[in-house]
Design a protein around this ligand. Structure first.
Ligand code: ADP
Length: 434
């Protein structure tokens, strides 16, 4: 399967996943809000029903002493009809049922209403004391409670309190519609959000995939060249087994030098592979910068002298930093090796340290061939070499500065390159103080 196809498939997978997640979140959110509003709306009506029921029940015991449940002056015409509590709730309708399951306060609720809605209505004995919903004539919504309320002296067996919930139902229906519309809009919007997110998510993956592929290609290429040379030279040696080593000295020396290059290359590749997998851990400890640099530079003074180059040190930092000695050593070796590699006879190489704000600055400067301005931004890239032929001659593979940059970053520092004032290059490393 092509690379692009794999990426597209992964992007689609992520897009579908985020779209489903968004949809589930919006749906759950909508359901929670809807049920919360519903319960709040009906809590109010239920409280009204229960408080009215309490009032009805309160009236009864007192009235056992007298018949004022049946108000003589303005009470119902039927002597069996019971009067409700004072201050009745205008939203609540009260039905009195007798033992035969008939409504006996028809006059109180109004003959028209009774005949239109309650004539064929039956007492619900199954839901006694439970608040229940009902719809009359498929039009009007009520919540009601039925409770037993038998008192001597009247026919009433059950009382049913009904409260009209049409306003609540209308609010709820409108709110439900609103939630569905909003959720649908959000779900539609989430398609584009998922697309944008999936594209963004794939970007770094594609970038690192390409980088990795490039790295593997470059690495194999770098490994193949010395291997081919070694193979050729060894095959050549095999063709003349009787030959003395002295006569084949050049071939052997070249194979050896390519073997060394291979060994350095594999160890550099390993360092970078470990850096990528974040496997490499620093072992930091206090390091006196000036003393450490002096120690690392000492052998280079002799090497430089043998090449008729001059090394100078100006160490003025005089402080300690927290660093991994092994990695710091590797960093200085990379920069000093390069300085030696890219300088000629009579050139000079200098190492300078000083303090700046909260940082220690290490400058490694040379008067060598320098780096052209337009290439300076590439020199920390893996396998980048300004002059491939020359770099190969000096044994370079273009990995040194990538490793140097990784070491500095691991120490929370920075590394940069600039032109040396007159001629050559200056590398500036800034590391945080302790
Ligand atoms: P190499 O192993 O090829 O030296 P590096 O990553 O260390 O790889 O360096 C990358 C490139 O940067 C080199 O090939 C060279 O062109 C350039 N470079 C590094 N250091 C110097 C320097 N001191 N002077 C001039 N060019 C340099």
């Amino acid at each position: 399967m092509g690379k692009q196809k794999v990426f597209r498939k992964e992007q689609l997978k992520f897009m579908i996943f985020s779209f489903i997640s968004f949809t589930v979140i919006f749906t759950i959110f909508g359901v929670i809000i809807f049920s919360q509003v519903k319960s709040t709306l009906f809590t109010q009506t239920d409280e009204e029903l229960l408080s009215f029921k309490a009032k009805v029940s309160d009236v009864l015991p007192e009235e056992d002493h007298r018949p004022p449940r049946f108000d003589d002056n303005d009470g119902p015409q039927n002597p069996n009809e019971r009067k409700g509590p004072n201050n009745p709730n205008p939203r609540i309708m009260m039905l009195h049922w007798n033992n035969e399951g008939e409504i006996i306060n028809q006059n109180e609720i109004g003959t028209t209403i009774y005949e239109s809605y309650f004539q064929d209505y039956e007492l619900d004995k199954e839901n006694v004391n439970a608040i229940t919903n009902m719809t009359i004539n498929d039009l009007y919504n009520f919540r009601y409670i039925v409770f037993e309320d038998h008192t001597e002296g009247d026919e009433v067996e059950y009382v049913q309190l009904l409260i009209n919930t049409d306003p609540e139902q209308t609010i709820l229906a409108n709110f439900g519609k609103l939630i569905i519309i909003c959720s649908s809009i959000f779900i539609i919007l989430s398609i584009s959000a998922s697309y944008i997110l999936s594209k963004r998510m794939m970007k770094p993956i594609i970038k690192s995939w390409n980088k990795q592929t490039e790295f593997v290609e470059n690495a194999s290429h770098e490994l193949r060249t010395p291997l081919t040379i070694i193979q050729n030279k060894l095959e050549l040696l095999l063709t003349a087994p009787q030959e003395k080593i002295m006569n084949k000295f050049e071939n052997i020396a070249l194979s050896l030098s390519e073997t060394r290059r291979l060994s350095k290359l594999t160890s550099d590749l390993l360092t970078l592979a470990r850096a990528d997998s974040a496997e490499s851990q620093l072992n930091k400890q206090p390091v006196n910068v000036d003393n450490f640099i002096k120690k690392v530079c000492n052998p280079y003074i002799d090497i430089a002298e043998s090449q008729e180059k001059h090394v100078w040190l100006k160490l003025n930092s005089k402080i300690e930093i927290e660093a991994d000695e092994q990695r710091l050593h590797q960093l200085l070796v990379i920069l000093l090796d390069n300085a030696l590699k890219y300088t000629a006879e009579q050139d000079s190489i200098g190492v300078k340290t000083y303090n700046e704000d909260h940082k220690v600055v290490i400058e490694i400067t040379d008067t060598g061939i320098g780096i052209s301005k337009q290439n300076m931004k590439y020199i920390f890239d893996r396998f980048y070499r300004e002059d491939r032929a020359r770099s190969r001659e000096t044994g370079g593979s273009g990995l040194g500065l990538s490793i140097a940059q990784w070491i500095v970053t691991q120490h929370n520092g920075t590394i940069s390159v600039s032109e040396n004032q007159h001629k050559g290059t200056t590398f500036i490393v800034k590391l945080p103080k302790k």
